[in-house]
Write a protein that binds this ligand. Structure first.
Ligand code: PGA
Length: 270
């Protein structure tokens, strides 16, 4: 199994992040078959790939990844408490123990369907950092907020709330994924760059006020990312990478995205 330090050495400052959440799509066997194929892909140095299986597959995937793997492993959520009576939940310590080094927090599906509030997400971000996990905070406005012209302010306030329990050095190590709710999933519509970049700017403005370095570890974009739009997204100002759902749910799709993104960014070896 990978250790955190072996994973972290590659994740320090990659030029480009490319990650996928498999959401609720894979059994352990399916997750292992995916990883076996992914490990045959030539991932260029400068690109940090990560996968977020369901909790049930974390330990098996962690064991399938070699020590020096270019693929980081993460969980899709975890509870803020260290332990206790929280039936059905898993803690940060538990996902860390199962091999995760990243934890996704505040995805819009969880905000909409599982009672995630900005306050809870801030607790989770704090707990993630305390457990040595790299928090990946998802933020994004609804269609209604977008139409009303409030996307920048809404997303900035989500970011500020999520990071409110961290000190400036910890903020500098956190990651944020901007994922407009209206752009996610099978009913989503791919966003255009003019729709995305002002909101990314607002995230960077929050980071410059809160972070010891003036920036976050990475700001990713997510929502209907696919082989057609990934080049434009990974070369856009203010985008350190992309966070993908459906287009990366099979390993062939992920391979294609890795290849296209690497070429678009002209990473070494491509
Ligand atoms: P999608 O999902 O790529 O399938 O739109 C993105 C996400 O939910 O992160």
């Amino acid at each position: 199994m990978q250790t955190f330090s072996s994973q972290r050495s590659r994740a320090d400052e990659p030029a480009l992040w490319l990650g996928t959440s498999w959401k609720m799509t894979k059994t352990i066997g399916e997750a292992l078959a995916y990883v076996e194929q992914l490990l045959t892909v030539d991932i260029p140095s400068g690109m940090q790939v990560f996968v977020l299986p369901a909790h049930t597959a974390l330990f098996a995937v962690a064991n399938a990844l070699p020590q020096d793997s270019p693929v980081l492993l993460g969980a899709q959520d975890a509870h803020w408490a260290r332990d206790g009576a929280a039936t059905g939940e898993v803690s940060m310590r538990m996902v860390r123990d199962a091999g995760a080094s990243i934890v996704e927090l505040g995805h819009s599906e969880r905000r909409a369907a599982f009672g995630e509030t900005d306050e809870r997400i801030a607790w989770k971000v704090r707990a993630a950092v305390d457990s040595g996990l790299l928090p990946l905070v998802c933020v994004g406005e609804s269609h209604e907020i977008r139409v009303a012209g409030g996307a920048r302010d809404f997303v900035a306030s989500q970011v500020a709330a999520a990071l409110s329990g961290l000190n400036p050095t910890e903020v500098a190590r956190a990651m944020v994924a901007y994922e407009p709710v209206w752009a996610i999933g099978e009913h989503g519509r791919a966003a255009t760059l003019p729709e995305v970049t002002p909101v990314l700017d607002s995230i960077h403005e929050v980071a410059s006020a809160l972070s010891s370095t003036g920036r976050l570890r990475a700001v990713l974009y997510g929502g209907s990312v696919d082989a057609d739009n990934i080049s434009e997204l990974v070369t856009a100002d203010g985008v350190d990478g992309v966070f993908v759902g459906r287009a990366a749910w099979d390993a062939a799709g992920m391979r294609r995205l890795i290849e296209i993104a690497a070429q678009a960014r002209r990473l070494p070896g491509t």
